[in-house]
Design a protein around this ligand. Structure first.
Ligand code: CP
Length: 319
């Protein structure tokens, strides 16, 4: 069966999830992003690759990094960018998601960048566009519920490749609230597809999916043990807004056991990089001494996110 995100010629049609995308496609996106790191510098201000296209940012959930870097990316490619203000949109008057999308299509949308609290919302939109003869309009998932955050996964892979070069020589640890994390799901899919030989998942039993052992990863419930000799530490935000019931005693207790402190980081390789998708909860999942320390590449992740999103938008514009 064809991957619904790819055309029959293997071009990117939508970007909904990293699960099921071949390594060749992931690598093509990272390779496409590389020259875009120069754009925005003084010499190269803008490229015309999306001239005449309208990119609609439709965010039904809060965002700082993703929404803003998609806007910067689209503008650097010369697109017209429209940010729907969901707080004042007609969804608050009972309009359905698909009616909102139909109306934005009537305004000339070429691409939708969608964040939604419900897992599957971007799929629903892509399927609706296909079914109603508007399959040329692309949908990018900017984070749906606890399901997927593909461009975050890609920018994380770009960051790892930038600092560590070869995925096939690495030990990578993903730490914390995997259960509620769409970022973790996209990271794990990309790491295993790109051939990282040892992917570790570290966290309390209450915050790991029951089937995590079947994801091609090693599971650790002891942070110091799990961090031993790793090349990359990928911290996750504690997703309090998605937790039902008390899964943790307190955030102070969580920090004591699962927070990344300089002492725990000392178990990793000395040149290990520390990543976090943001927004960070300092003093909960990460100590400020680590977040602002020499191993952290958290702000470069954000910067690389612009180039990676430019790559995705420019590849979508080609189909
Ligand atoms: N990493 C991430 O998705 O951040 P925002 O919620 O700020 O977009």
């Amino acid at each position: 069966m064809l991957n619904p995100q790819l055309t029959k010629d293997g071009e990117l049609l939508h970007l909904l999830t990293l699960e099921g995308l071949p390594a060749e496609v992931l690598t093509r996106i990272l390779d496409t992003a590389a020259p875009f790191t120069e754009v925005g510098e003084r010499e190269v201000k803008k490229l015309p690759l999306l001239r005449g296209k309208s990119v609609f940012n439709v965010f039904f959930e809060n965002s700082t990094r993703t929404r803003t870097t998609f806007e910067i990316a689209a503008k650097r490619l010369s697109a017209d960018v429209i940010n729907l203000n969901v707080a004042t949109s007609s969804t608050n008057k009972g309009e359905t998601l698909l009616d909102t999308i139909d109306n934005l299509c009537a305004m000339g949308a070429d691409m939708f960048v969608v964040r939604h609290a419900s897992s599957g919302a971007p799929y629903l939109i892509a399927e609706h566009l296909q079914r109603t003869g508007r399959g040329h309009i692309s949908v990018v998932n900017a984070g749906d519920g606890r399901h997927a955050h593909p461009t975050q996964g890609l920018l994380d892979m770009y960051t790892i490749r930038h600092y560590k070069k070869d995925f096939t020589q690495l030990t990578v640890a993903v730490v914390g609230d995997v259960l509620h994390s769409r970022v973790a799901r996209s990271e794990l899919a990309a790491l295993t597809t790109l051939g990282v030989p040892e992917v570790r998942v570290i966290g309390p039993r209450t915050l790991l999916p029951k089937d995590v052992g079947r994801m091609g990863v090693r599971v650790f419930h002891d942070m110091k043990e799990g961090l031993r000799n790793v090349d990359v530490v990928m911290m996750l935000r504690l997703q309090n807004e998605r937790m039902q019931g008390a899964l943790l005693p307190s955030s102070q207790e969580y920090f004591k056991v699962w927070g990344l402190t300089p002492e725990k980081l000392a178990r990793a390789k000395p040149d290990a990089i520390v990543m976090h998708p943001g927004p960070m909860n300092r003093g909960v999942e990460i100590d400020s001494a680590v977040a602002d320390g020499g191993n952290a590449v958290i702000l470069p992740q954000v910067t690389f996110g612009i180039a990676v999103r430019m790559a995705v938008l420019s590849m979508l514009a080609r189909h």
